[in-house]
Ligand binder design. Structure first.
Ligand code: CAA
Length: 269
């Protein structure tokens, strides 16, 4: 997701610093961006000069200090609150006071990240969708602590990168995941029950609702570990059984079948 976000920002003519814990993971993210752009050049959708301009806007770093002059910092690490909170504490120490500190969390309470920094008013959610380069939506999530200035500047930023922003309060799942994940979870229940095969459920939802992909293909795209943590958070927040992650999802995650990124999830790639 981080590479996709960096590409979107760079495409809009802004400089993006892709910060990762290791040179290797930063290089992998840039490699993904580079090969995505190369495909577009091959298809005649992007010219080589534009590709070079986009890539020139992206630099990498491992040291958090490299983010010191950024106007906006978008955290996109693993969906684990303690990890995110530690990162926000570290960002608080290096970021310029005017910077917005945003999280790309899918479901975790944004206020929990805001409360560990010295200026909680500058924290909000800026939530992209997979694949970030393609999907137009960004949810701008307002925790109770955020200032109008933080939200207004985030709205302006989202417009400037060419995305469609929607405003939402800081409730688990925001808009999209709160509505999408009961559907995905119930598709797994239907498979467990033996009502239909995975392929037929996917075909049914594509052909019957004109969705671009069926629920199992989508779960594999999002990542089964990410999907499990989203459902766990939604279930803990709302207590609704539709959010209780299905055993088959837990089993696949325990087996390391995390979806497209591990080349196997519900499907094998
Ligand atoms: N990364 C970058 N670009 C990608 C991509 C990827 N993983 N997958 C596809 N694309 C690009 C292709 O290059 C292509 O670009 P051009 O039109 O410029 O050539 C375009 O997307 C269409 O791709 P394809 O023609 O190969 O395939 P498609 O028409 O079947 O589209 C799809 C693929 C865009 C993924 C489409 O199936 C789709 O929109 N699926 C639904 C995705 C969705 O619902 N996402 C939300 C998930 S929920 C979430 O993300 C929330 C969260 O918090 C976890």
């Amino acid at each position: 997701m981080a590479g996709g976000i960096a590409e979107v920002v760079a495409r809009a003519g802004m400089r993006a610093i892709l910060r990762a814990r290791s040179e290797a993971s930063a290089a992998t993210a840039v490699k993904q961006v580079t090969s995505g752009l190369a495909r577009q050049v091959d298809k005649g959708k992007l010219d080589a000069a534009e590709r070079d301009r986009i890539l020139a806007n992206i630099t990498t770093a491992t040291d958090l200090g490299a983010l010191g002059a950024c106007d906006i910092i978008i955290e996109s690490v693993v969906e684990d609150l303690a990890t995110k909170q530690q990162l926000f504490r570290d960002l608080d120490a290096v970021a310029t006071p005017r910077a917005i500190l945003a999280t790309n969390t899918s479901t975790l309470p944004v206020v929990e990240m805001a409360k560990v920094v010295r200026q909680p008013e500058r924290v909000c959610g800026i939530h992209f969708f997979n694949p970030a380069q393609v999907l137009p939506l960004v949810e701008i999530v307002r925790p109770i602590t955020a200032s109008d200035d933080t939200i207004n500047r985030s709205v302006t930023f989202v417009k400037a990168i060419g995305k469609d922003g929607v405003n939402v309060l800081d409730r688990a799942g925001f808009i999209v995941n709160a509505l999408l994940f009961p559907y995905l979870n119930n598709a797994i229940r239907m498979l467990e029950d033996g009502t239909a095969s995975m392929e037929d459920i996917d075909t049914a939802m594509k052909g019957g609702c004109n969705f671009p992909m069926g629920p199992f293909a989508l779960l594999d795209l999002v990542g089964l570990d990410t999907s499990l943590s989203i459902l766990d958070t939604l279930h803990a927040s709302f207590g609704d059984e539709n959010f209780a992650p299905r055993p088959m999802l837990r089993k696949l995650v325990a087996e390391g079948r995390l979806g497209r990124k591990t080349k196997a999830g519900f499907y094998v790639y």
